[in-house]
Structure formats: C-alpha cells, structure tokens
Design a protein around this ligand. Structure first.
Ligand SMILES: C[S@@+](CC[C@H](N)C(=O)[O-])C[C@H]1O[C@@H](n2cnc3c(N)ncnc32)[C@H](O)[C@@H]1O
Length: 429
C-alpha cells in the first residue's frame, strides 16, 4: 500500500473508534482481519497514523478547524510528521485509494497558532484534566502534558537471572538497542518516525530464552525503588501479569520469596509462562480464592501497584486519555484506598509498604498517601527521593517530587511513562 491507501485505512479505523466507542487496538485488529492483503508494514503505518491522531486529537482538531477522522489523519501528516502540503499532494498523486487533499484547509491550518487555543488544547488533554495536572506540575503542566502526546520508545528489562545487559544489547544490535539512561538493567529502542515500525523483539531467540522482558523504563525504576533484597519476603499484592513480580524476583537473585497475588484470575493468567521463561524459582502465585490469612504480618515489603486511571501511559494508550471520565477516576481512587487498607495486614512490624501507580494525578498519588497516613497512625512516610539518590545518584534526570518524599516520573522529566512511587514504614512497636 502507498501512503494514500494507508491514510484512507487509518480514516476508516478512526471512524470506527469514534462511531462505535471501541478501543483503538480492537478497531485496528478488526481492520487487519478484514483486510488480509495488508502486510505488516502497512498495518504498522496505519497504526502509527491512528495513534498519532489520537495522541494530538485536540490540537489537530483545533488546527484543522474540524475533528472528523479525515481532518485528524491529514493533520497527522501535516503536523505530527511535518510534511508540507506539497509533499502530501505529491505522495497522493495517482494513488486511487488516497483521500482528496484539502489544500485550502491545510494552508489555513498551518497559519493557526496553538498558543491562542485553550491550554487543554495545546496540552492535548480533556478539559477536566487540566486542573488535575496543574495540581501536580504547577505552571509546567502544559509542557508536561505535551510530552504525553509524543510516541513512546520500546523499553526492555534485561532479566539478570539469565543474561547481562551487554549480551542483550549485542543480540539486539540490529534493532538499534541502547542502554536506558536511568534504569540499571534497561535497554531502549527509539520510537520510529512517521511510517516506521518497531522490531518484533518477542520473535527473537533472546526473548524465547528469557533474556529480557518488555517493560517501560519507568516501570523498571519503580520496581527497583522497592529495594527488594536477596533473602527477603516480598508480597506483590496487585501482581497482574507479573511485570513487577519478575523484576522483584530478579533483583532478589532468586533468593528469598516473592508472593504474587491479584484479585483477577484472568489478569494473573500470563504470569505462569512468564515466570517459567524467566527462570524464576522464588515466586509463589496466589489467586483470588486462596486463603491469604497465613501470610499476614510476614512480609518485609508489600508492593501495591494499584489499579489507576492509567494517565501515565497516555503515550501508549492515547484513546484511554479521551475515554477517561471523572466518575471512573473517583472509582479508581476508592479502590486504591481500599486496597491499601487491605494490604497493611501483610507487612511485618518495621516492614515497608510501597505504593505505585501509573498515573500522574495527585488525587491518586500524594492524596492517597496522605489520607492513608491519617487513617493509619502507626506508619511513617519515608523519602523515596533518598532511595533514588542511592540507586541512581544526582547526575541522572530527576523525577518530580512535591514533598521530597513521594516521587513522580514523567516523559518530560525522566523520559519514561508516568509513574508514582511512595514508601511507608510500619512502626516496630
Ligand atoms: C496496575 S495493574 C498491576 C500491574 C502489574 N503489577 C504489572 O507490573 O504488570 C493493577 C492490578 O490490580 C488488580 N486489583 C484490582 N483490585 C485488586 C484488589 N482488591 N486486590 C488485589 N489486586 C487488585 C487488578 O486486577 C490489576 O491486575
């Protein structure tokens, strides 16, 4: 397919997402099933146009003075991919599948100045999220939000139980893999430009051998900040598919014990294969119907990687940014408080409770931690910033911290997805 056909396909998918309120990944997969002739390069390029359109939906609509799928897809070429109107027209010439090029609309769009738009439009976030972001980032909230509209890289965590970072870098040298800036065992493959696609690293023999996992650098860092030591007892209380569990088990060098629990069996299901491939020998998995009472008071560290709005992952799931509602956010906040209150019983006296979200909203982060402190007087909030300095020093990019205790990672500050981390200690008495 030429660019014009790919744009036409992206327009179809964007219309499907909008008209049928479907997640982008589902709409793209369905398009693929009904257009078997399209190769993997075509699918990747169509996906790029769709996701880039969703990342900048508000600012593209402002510039194009229209928010329909055609305007958004052409807006991607003009503004996200910086193609001139002439270049677009040239690329579409003699392509019978290409949409018409609205020359006047594109010219007018180029002259429209985003700095005159409402801040949430420049920031590319729903209007109601502006105040939430300003709470955490002050005057810098628009710049912080804009970084969530960029394409994310592909990050991998080297499984130190099976390989070294050098070994993985060598195995993936053709993919342009480089060491991550902050995470100690991370490898990064830069986001491709325009129609380019990321390599399918999971098809590599090195992946099959368990040498690495796909995991955003931010997720690697917050797992590292848990500071799990070999020989300890650690409880991953919201384990999901095990992203953090695997990182914790590797940090503990297979010594001691990680217990992984999730209230949802379906989400937990992939963990078994992943543990096997990674060669972990110190993980016990618990499902919802297991009796957890024998585990109470036993753990050095309990990790609550709580369900959240996912605002920190908007680069990867830009459709979720526009679907999120205030009501859903309130529901997540209530769940977070309930999970924290439930998790305390597993921490031994003197042990630690680590709270993680992949959100950048203070309501789900600092506010949860301070409210937890009010409900549980026998706990003290420690400085995660100090753990950061111990692990990474002062010369690396620094995360946000409103109170020098809790920390927030963002695409703009740390070059990662957005993550929040706080650690509290239970009194010994
Ligand atoms: C952010 S995800 C976890 C991601 C996972 N830790 C990882 O690194 O891949 C949050 C998880 O919390 C789980 N969850 C929701 N309510 C829970 C509860 N009451 N107790 C334990 N887990 C819960 C969800 O099923 C979901 O898998």
């Amino acid at each position: 397919m030429r660019l014009g056909g790919r744009v036409a396909a992206a327009i179809e998918v964007l219309a499907d997402i909008e008209d049928n309120r479907r997640p982008a990944s589902v709409a793209l997969a369905d398009w693929g099933k009904t257009h078997r002739f399209a190769g993997s390069g075509d699918r990747a390029a169509i996906g790029n146009i769709v996701y880039d359109a969703l990342r900048r939906r508000a600012s593209l609509a402002f510039r194009m003075d229209e928010d329909g799928p055609v305007a958004l897809a052409l807006g991607v070429l003009a503004f996200s991919w910086a193609m001139s109107t002439e270049k677009i027209a040239e690329a579409f010439t003699d392509d019978k599948f290409a949409p018409a090029v609205p020359l006047a609309q594109l010219e007018a769009a180029g002259a429209r100045d985003l700095t005159f738009a409402d801040p949430h439009i420049e920031a590319d976030v729903p209007p109601w999220c502006g105040d939430l972001l300003a709470e955490g980032f002050g005057e810098e909230w628009v710049e912080e939000a804009k970084a969530f509209a960029e394409r994310p890289p592909l990050d991998l965590r080297v499984n130190t139980l099976a390989a070294s970072r050098d070994k993985v870098l060598k195995a993936l040298s053709k993919s342009g893999a480089k060491p991550t800036t902050i995470a100690r065992h991370g490898v990064r493959i830069k986001a491709p430009r325009r129609e380019g696609r990321l390599p399918n690293v999971q098809a590599e023999p090195a992946f099959q051998k368990g040498w690495f996992e796909v995991q955003d650098e931010g997720s690697q860092i917050v797992a590292d900040l848990v500071f799990a030591q070999p020989g300890e007892q650690v409880f991953d209380f919201c384990a999901g598919a095990g992203g953090k569990t695997l990182a914790l088990a590797a940090a503990m060098e297979n010594k001691g014990q990680v217990h992984a629990f999730d209230a949802d069996k379906q989400r937990l299901a992939p963990i078994f294969d992943r543990l096997r491939r990674a060669g972990t020998r110190n993980v016990q998995v618990h499902a919802a119907d297991d009796d957890l009472a024998p585990l109470e008071g036993r753990f050095d560290r309990v990790v609550v990687d709580a369900p959240c709005s996912g605002s920190g992952t908007w680069r990867r799931h830009p459709d979720a940014k526009w679907r999120l509602t205030q009501q859903q956010l309130e529901q997540r906040c209530a769940e977070q408080a309930a999970i924290l209150d439930d998790a305390v019983r597993f921490v031994r006296p003197g042990g630690y409770l680590c709270y993680i979200t992949c959100s950048v909203f203070a309501e789900e982060n600092e506010a949860q931690i301070y409210a937890f402190g009010d409900r549980h007087p026998g706990w003290s909030l420690l400085s995660a910033g100090e753990v950061w300095q111990d692990l990474y020093g002062f010369n690396k990019p620094q995360p946000w911290s409103a109170d020098l205790n809790c920390i927030t990672l963002t695409p703009r500050s740390t070059g990662t997805d957005g993550f929040f981390f706080a650690v509290m200690q239970r009194e010994t008495g």
